[in-house]
Ligand binder design. Structure first.
Ligand code: NAD
Ligand code: G3P
Length: 347
């Protein structure tokens, strides 16, 4: 099938922005990859490599790096935003004055903003005036950049209030290695993608403490229960949590050595200090800020999130991980399906 060739800009030349730019270039589109570092953009254009984030991968000739934001979005109507959640507002505030036409924003980040408790699509709608924001589409799912770049089969979901727009973005990214589904449940897709990082930190801690597969299975299953509990309270469809952006992303992030969240947890479990780990990592570890946000949401919405609350104490109140596990295990007895019954009643 002949694919329609488009011009697309990707903002953020980290691991995920680069991997998605590579998928789009594989599809024959003219891809502009914007980096806020002039040095990095020049290096990508000179070497066809992103030495810092994905050094093994050779980038295609139809992919060009830019460091001037206005140049990178000139005559562009589709923009992929691939910076960490904490940088989204700053990047959008710089982007808006560069736009002279309505654009579709595809956001691919996974987080919730502490304090405002906003999802990323809500932040985008707040920051971008209606005359330049045509539509917001979320792209999420179990997808490590390292494997996408090797063209290993990967499945993701795009979600938007506007199904036609979601299908347009599905066509833009889809190829034989990268299969894209649609799902209209924006809230569920964003909440699943953001909150799985909390459980991945906990899974890493468990591995770092030397626990085995029983704990991992418990964390994934009970983690999903608390994600679904909060998500449905916020208006998500409970079925979304049994899909790629729910259980799918939980599995990959809790079990993969590629995961920065899992690796951070693993080092915490081995006794390293959080600030030292984050400095060493030098990359987005979204679960830390999302734990703060989810803990605030749990309180605000009266949702029981024991794993999130325990992790919050480990990350922000210096509670030793082993003690947090003991506390989790000695809570009052309960009924497994209580969650399900509550979800069904809320539906
Ligand atoms: N890496 C993955 O496999 C993957 C997969 C799916 C989703 N994600 C999500 O994608 C988002 C980005 O993650 P990543 O893996 O690319 O992170 P990364 O740390 O590899 O790269 C982040 C990029 O954003 C840039 N950046 C940071 N602050 C900026 C600012 N204020 N202005 C402009 N640029 C800025 C950095 O320079 C870097 O190029 C995260 O929300 C992450 O959860 C990542
Ligand atoms: O490396 P992580 O932990 O940010 O996870 C990357 C992706 O979200 C996995 O789907």
């Amino acid at each position: 099938m002949q694919m329609e060739q488009k011009k697309v800009t990707v903002l953020g030349a980290g691991s995920w922005g680069t991997a998605l730019a590579l998928v789009l270039a594989d599809n024959g589109h003219e891809v502009r990859l914007w980096s806020h570092s002039k040095e990095q953009a020049e290096s990508i254009n000179a070497t066809k490599k992103n030495e810092k984030y994905l050094p093994e991968i050779t980038l295609q000739d139809n992919l060009t790096a830019y460091s001037d934001l206005a140049d990178s979005v000139r005559n562009i109507t589709t923009i992929v935003v691939a910076v960490p959640t904490k940088a989204i507002r700053e990047v959008l505030r710089k982007l808006v004055p560069c736009l002279y036409q309505p654009v579709t924003i595809v956001h691919v980040s996974k987080g919730i903003e502490p304090g405002t408790l906003k999802r990323i699509s809500e932040m985008i709608e707040e920051e971008m005036p209606e005359n330049v924001l045509e539509e917001v589409v979320v792209l999420s799912g179990p997808s490590h950049a390292e494997e996408v770049c090797l063209r290993h089969p990967t499945t993701v979901v795009v979600s938007s209030k506007n199904l036609e727009k979601a299908e347009e973005i599905q066509d833009l990214f889809m190829n034989q290695h990268f299969r894209v589904y649609t799902n209209p449940d924006v809230i569920g897709v964003e909440i699943g993608g953001a909150l799985k990082n909390i459980i991945a930190l906990a899974a890493g801690i468990s591995d770092g403490l030397g626990y085995g597969d029983n704990v991992k299975a418990a964390l994934i299953t009970r983690g999903l229960a608390e994600i679904a509990r909060l998500g449905t309270k916020l208006g998500a469809n409970p079925l979304t949590f049994s899909g790629l952006t729910g259980i799918g992303d939980l599995i990959v992030t809790c079990t993969s050595v590629h995961s920065r969240n899992w690796r951070t947890g693993n080092m915490l479990g081995k006794g390293k200090k959080l600030n030292e780990i984050l400095e060493e990592m030098g990359q987005a570890v979204e679960g830390v800020r999302t734990t703060e946000a989810a803990q605030q949401m749990a309180t605000e919405y009266g949702v029981n999130m024991p794993i999130t609350s325990s992790l919050y104490k480990v990350l922000f109140e210096n509670v030793p991980p082993k003690y947090a596990v003991e506390k989790l295990m000695s809570r009052d007895k309960t009924h497994e399906m209580e969650d399900l019954v509550n979800i069904l009643i809320n539906e």
